[in-house]
Design a protein around this ligand. Structure first.
Ligand code: COA
Length: 323
C-alpha cells in the first residue's frame, strides 16, 4: 500500500505587480529586490480570495487526476489568511467544487502549512480512515502585508496550489517519509496580530495588524533548520542527498535556497524556483511550484523528490516521495 499524488493544480490572481511598480509605493528598487531576494514580480489580488483561488486550484488538481469533486473524502485547506473566521475556507471550497461527501477543515502552520496538511492527510490515508484527500495551500497575503513597510511588502504574493492524494494498492513509491517541527519559543520573529480582544467587559491593547518580521533571524532559521529537516526525512526514507532528483522548497528567497543547497552540498540545478515570478506565497508556494513542474513535464515516474516548507510559528517540515 502507498499514498500517491495523483494530480496537481494551481491558481494565481490576474494582476501581476513588478518591482518597478512597487518602487512607486515604497522607497525601493528592482535592483535591490532582485539582489536580496531573487523576486522580480508577484501576483496581487484585485478581488480574488483564498476561497476562489483554492477552489480553482482544487478543480485543476481533480481534473489532472481524472477525479470529480463528489469522490473527495477529505478536503484540507492550509492558509493563514482566510477571509472569514467562520465558516472555514475548506468548507466554502467544498461547496464550490461539489465535494459534498468530504470532511473539510482548515489548517494553519503558515508557510509550512501545506506540508503539515499533506502529512495530516497521509496519516489518515495510511490508517485507512479515508481513501483519498484533496489538499490546497492558498493565501491572500496582500491583505495582511503593511504596504508602507519596504522590508516586507516586496516579499509576498497571492496564489494557491493543490494536490490530490490517493491510497494505492501498489506497495512501492508514493510518499516515503515525513518530518515536521515547531519552535514556538521563536515565534516573535515573524508575526501578524489577529482581531482585537474586545468585548463589553474588556478592551485589549491595540496590536499592529500587519506582518512584522525580523528578516535576518528568519533567514538564519531557514538556512540552519531546513537542511537538518531534509536530512532527517531522507534518513527515515533510507535515501541520501545524492538520490534526490528535485528539491521543491518553499519559495521565500533565492539566497535562502542557495544557502540550503550549500549546506546540503547539492548543486543548484536540482532546486527549481518560480519565486522570480510569484514571490513568497506562503502555504501556496510548494504546491504552486509542484504544479508548474508537473505541467512542464519535468516530473517523471520514479523520480525522488523532497518537499520542504518553513515559516512563521516557527514551523518547518520535509517530505520525501517517489513520483
Ligand atoms: N529596498 C531598499 N532597501 C531596503 C528594503 C527595500 N525593499 N528593505 C530594507 N532595506 C534597507 C534597510 O532599511 C536597511 O537599510 P539601513 O542599513 O540604512 O538601515 C538595509 O536595506 C539592510 O536591511 P536588512 O533588513 O538588514 O537587509 P537584509 O540583507 O537582511 O535583507 C531581507 C532583508 C528581508 C530581504 C532578508 O532579511 C530576508 O530575505 N529574510 C528572510 C525573509 C523571509 O524569507 N521571510 C519569509 C519566510 S517564510
Amino acid at each position: 500500500m502507498s499514498v500517491r499524488i495523483m494530480g496537481t493544480g494551481s491558481a494565481l490572481p490576474k494582476k501581476c505587480v513588478s518591482n518597478e511598480e512597487l518602487a512607486q509605493l515604497v522607497d525601493t528598487s528592482d535592483e535591490w529586490i532582485r539582489e536580496r531576494t531573487g523576486i522580480g514580480s508577484r501576483h496581487i489580488s484585485t478581488g480574488e480570495t483564498v476561497v476562489s483561488l483554492a477552489a480553482e486550484a482544487c478543480c485543476k488538481a481533480l481534473e489532472n487526476a481524472g477525479r470529480k469533486g463528489e469522490e473527495v473524502a477529505l478536503l484540507l485547506v492550509a492558509t493563514c489568511t482566510p477571509e472569514d473566521a467562520l465558516p472555514c475556507a475548506a468548507c466554502q471550497v467544498q461547496d464550490r467544487i461539489g465535494a459534498a461527501k468530504a470532511v473539510a477543515y482548515d489548517l494553519n502552520a503558515a508557510c509550512a502549512g501545506f506540508l503539515f496538511a499533506v502529512h495530516t492527510a497521509w496519516a489518515y490515508l495510511e490508517a485507512g480512515i479515508y481513501d483519498n484527500a484533496l489538499i490546497a495551500g492558498a493565501e491572500v497575503l496582500s491583505k495582511i502585508v503593511d504596504w508602507n513597510d519596504r522590508g516586507t511588502c516586496i516579499l509576498f504574493g497571492d496564489g494557491a496550489g493543490a494536490v490530490y492524494l490517493e491510497r494505492c494498492e501498489e506497495a512501492r513509491g508514493g510518499i516515503l517519509s515525513f518530518v515536521q517541527h515547531s519552535d514556538g519559543g521563536r515565534g516573535a520573529v515573524l508575526s501578524c496580530a489577529g482581531r482585537e480582544q474586545e468585548n463589553p467587559y474588556f478592551h485589549g491593547e491595540h496590536r499592529h495588524p500587519y506582518v512584522q518580521m525580523d528578516g535576518r533571524e528568519v533567514f538564519s532559521f531557514a538556512v540552519r533548520q531546513v537542511p537538518e529537516a531534509v536530512r532527517e526525512a531522507l534518513a527515515k526514507a533510507g535515501r541520501e542527498v545524492k538520490d534526490v532528483d528535485l528539491f521543491v522548497l518553499h519559495q521565500a528567497n533565492r539566497r535562502i535556497i542557495e544557502g540550503i543547497a550549500k549546506r546540503l552540498s547539492a548543486d543548484m540545478e536540482r532546486f527549481p524556483m518560480n519565486l522570480e515570478r510569484v514571490g513568497n506565497t506562503s502555504s501556496a508556494a510548494v504546491p504552486l511550484l509542484l504544479d508548474e513542474l508537473n505541467r512542464q513535464g519535468r516530473l517523471r515516474q520514479g523520480m525522488t523528490l523532497v518537499l520542504s516548507g518553513f515559516g512563521a510559528g516557527l514551523t518547518y517540515g520535509a517530505c520525501v516521495l517517489q513520483w
